[in-house]
Design a protein around this ligand. Structure first.
Ligand SMILES: C[S@@+](CC[C@H](N)C(=O)[O-])C[C@H]1O[C@@H](n2cnc3c(N)ncnc32)[C@H](O)[C@@H]1O
Length: 338
């Protein structure tokens, strides 16, 4: 039985639904459609936050001038742009055509290709370094995906991935979950129940995922930073630049959205910073009309409007996992899950 097919026992002693083919396909479809809808708006908002971990990924992967570097799940291409700035030779891939289009425009000096993990169109050992920021938590079959990353890495080369740390630490996103809970929001039916990566979450699980794929000298480290933004802008950025969190809010009726927004305003207020009151982000039209959110009030700034210049510094926390490809890699048993 593969990881994907194994039902996961929860700490409460109950059993999560099995990751059978139907459930995996629903997860994948929902995720891909979500990123396709966010492709045009991802870079100007949420990508500013994810960029906080990019230098660590490149350092751990040993990316310097001339390093043959593959980025998977490149989104709008900021990590690859940072690798290019170091003088690396870069190939960037993403599963979503809209993201690839954005990345092609952002990365004139890289090769950008459409490729969905766990399959990559590259020969064995083609890269010195393979990096992926916040993509492993979106792939349907993490063990098969990491095995594929190992395959395209040369012996002695590095694979470096990041995922989100716990909700307690990663407040920039979890304020939305807390606000939804406070507002009594029900989980919209279209949301997939959980993610296949949950079985590999936490430092130990993440390290095991890399080790089981044959990597050596595996290390997982916590990386934290703060995201400085105006609360109103961040509400907009999350709705325009995430899949799951955005769907949780968008899937509510107008009254519930207003309650979520009110709770959100209260929760983020504790991260307010006193400065000259000038946000580094321009908060003008919040683009709600462009996002096609209908009229459920998702983009309505009427609640707790903070466009007078308030700024918050939201805690962000990730785990970065690094592994080295040995000379010979035992074939990982991922076939049955594919
Ligand atoms: C949270 S975004 C991260 C983007 C970028 N790495 C960053 O740091 O901002 C996740 C990205 O992974 C891509 N993605 C999702 N599933 C994928 C898969 N199976 N293979 C490759 N990319 C995938 C999405 O299209 C999206 O661009």
């Amino acid at each position: 039985m593969t990881t994907a097919e194994t039902a996961t026992a929860t700490t409460a002693g109950t059993t999560e639904p099995t990751w059978n083919r139907t459930r995996l396909e629903k997860f994948e479809r929902f995720d891909r459609e979500g990123w396709a809808a966010r492709s045009a708006t991802y870079d100007s908002g949420f990508a500013r936050l994810t960029a906080g971990v990019h230098p660590v990924l490149l350092d751990r992967a040993g990316v310097v001038a001339g390093t043959r570097t593959l980025e998977v799940g490149c989104g709008s291409g900021r990590l690859s742009a940072a690798a290019l700035a170091r003088g690396a030779e870069v190939v960037a891939t993403d599963a979503v055509p809209g993201m690839v289009e954005v990345a092609v425009n952002a990365l004139p000096h890289a090769e950008v290709r459409l490729a969905a993990l766990p399959d990559l169109p590259f020969v064995d050992g083609e890269f010195d370094a393979v990096v992926g920021a916040f993509v492993i938590n979106h792939v349907p079959e993490p063990p098969a995906a990491v095995a594929e990353l190992v395959r395209v890495t040369r012996p002695g080369g590095r694979v470096v991935l990041s995922c989100w740390d716990s909700a307690e630490l990663n407040r920039a996103q979890s304020v939305f979950f807390d606000a939804a809970a406070e507002a009594g929001a029900a989980t919209p039916v279209e949301l997939p129940a959980g993610s296949p990566f949950q079985a590999h979450a936490g430092a130990e699980g993440f390290a095991r995922l890399l080790r089981d794929a044959g990597l050596e000298d595996v290390a997982v480290e916590p990386v934290s930073w703060t995201h400085r933004v105006a609360p109103d802008q961040w509400w907009h950025d999350i709705l325009a630049g995430t899949v799951l969190t955005s769907a949780l809010v968008r899937g509510q009726d107008p009254a519930t959205v207003r309650r979520i927004r009110a709770a959100y305003d209260r929760l983020v207020a504790q991260y307010a910073v006193s400065d000259d009151g000038v946000s580094e982000y321009a908060v003008g039209d919040n683009g709600v009309g462009d996002m096609g959110v209908g009229d459920n009030g998702v983009g309505d700034n009427g609640v707790g409007d903070d466009r007078d210049g308030a700024t918050v510094e939201l805690p962000v926390a990730a785990l970065v996992a690094t592994g080295v490809r040995p000379d010979a890699v035992a074939a990982a048993d991922t076939t049955a899950s594919r």
